[in-house]
Design a protein around this ligand. Structure first.
Ligand SMILES: [Cu+2]
Length: 306
């Protein structure tokens, strides 16, 4: 009898806590290296998290206790830091710049679910962002049914490319040459750039969830799917902030949102920043709906398509 009661209590505990909070340690390394900024392979001296822009996709669950360990590679010339919009901490202590060769850790509780921006906050912050130091941290809701199940997920980070990021005034005056998704002009748009080799894909009827962050550093985005309508939009990616049937949502620099798209028909949509100078310098991404869509895309390691 005592055993039976014990089992029942254990079951009750499991169902009361479908996603028990975890301790998660996320390790990042700041690296300074050259990265391509277009499909031709034009290189630019960049500052990055993990040698990539956007940096690694970080993913935790609401309620997790998250420890960030940031190492600044000893080969770097500049101090770097990390500022996560998912965290509530002491900005002076925890977001402090880390010198080359040093490591800093801090811990926070991921209290709010959402699609959050992270970026370097070392001075001048706008230069570090313009050079590529940005990424996304997803905080999944602890209730697995808080959002409808997505069939595919994609991450798009908007940012501006500056021809000479050493010229700080050019960044402050927003003298960018391109506005892009995932640090490359027309990265997923073979329609506007024949040298593009990638697209986002899904099947008609599938729920495609796009986690969008605007890294800026300066420009607002009017985020729209040409040929589609956002079925649901969650401001900041929080399930409590649902909107439905939106054509566009303005996402300012430093903000993010989660967008669900469902196409009833095969064919293409083009996800854009509807501001024309932004779209036509690189902020366009084709999503192709077809019944033979590659099942590996929008899943696993292909959520942030490199
Ligand atoms: Cu930095």
């Amino acid at each position: 009898m005592r055993v039976a009661l014990g089992a029942a209590s254990a079951l009750a505990l499991i169902f009361a806590h479908p996603a028990a909070a975890k301790d998660v340690t996320l390790k990042l390394t700041a690296q300074e290296l050259d990265l391509p900024i277009d499909n031709k392979g034009t290189m630019q001296a960049s500052w990055t998290f993990g040698g990539q822009a956007p940096g690694p996709l970080l993913r935790v669950t609401e309620g997790d206790r998250v420890t960030i360990e940031l190492t600044n590679d000893a080969k770097n010339k500049n101090s770097h830091s990390i500022d996560l919009h998912a965290a509530r901490i002491d900005v002076v202590k925890d977001f402090e710049p880390v010198k080359p060769g040093e490591t800093r850790t801090f811990t926070f509780i991921a209290k709010y679910p959402g699609a959050f921006y992270y970026h370097c906050g070392a001075d001048p912050m706008y230069q570090h962002i313009a050079r590529g130091m940005f990424g996304v941290i997803l905080v999944d809701p602890k209730d697995p049914n808080a959002l409808p199940k997505a069939d595919r997920e994609y991450v798009l980070v908007q940012s501006e490319i500056y021809p000479n990021p050493d010229d700080l005034h050019s960044i402050m005056k927003s003298e960018w040459s391109n506005v892009v998704f995932n640090h490359t002009a027309f990265k997923y748009d073979p329609v506007h750039d024949p040298e593009a080799t990638k697209m986002l894909v899904a099947k008609p009827g599938e729920r495609v969830r796009v986690y969008f962050v605007n890294a800026g550093p300066n420009e607002f985005s009017s985020f729209h799917p040409i040929g589609g309508i956002w079925d649901s939009v969650y401001l900041s990616g929080n399930p409590a902030n649902r909107r439905s049937g939106l054509q566009s949502l303005v996402v300012g620099p430093g903000d993010g949102a989660t967008f669900d798209l469902v196409s009833p028909v095969p064919g293409a949509n083009v996800i854009v920043d509807h501001a024309m100078p932004h779209a036509h310098t690189g902020a366009m991404a084709v999503i192709m709906f077809s019944d033979d869509a590659d099942p590996a895309m929008g899943r696993g390691d292909n959520i942030l398509v490199r």
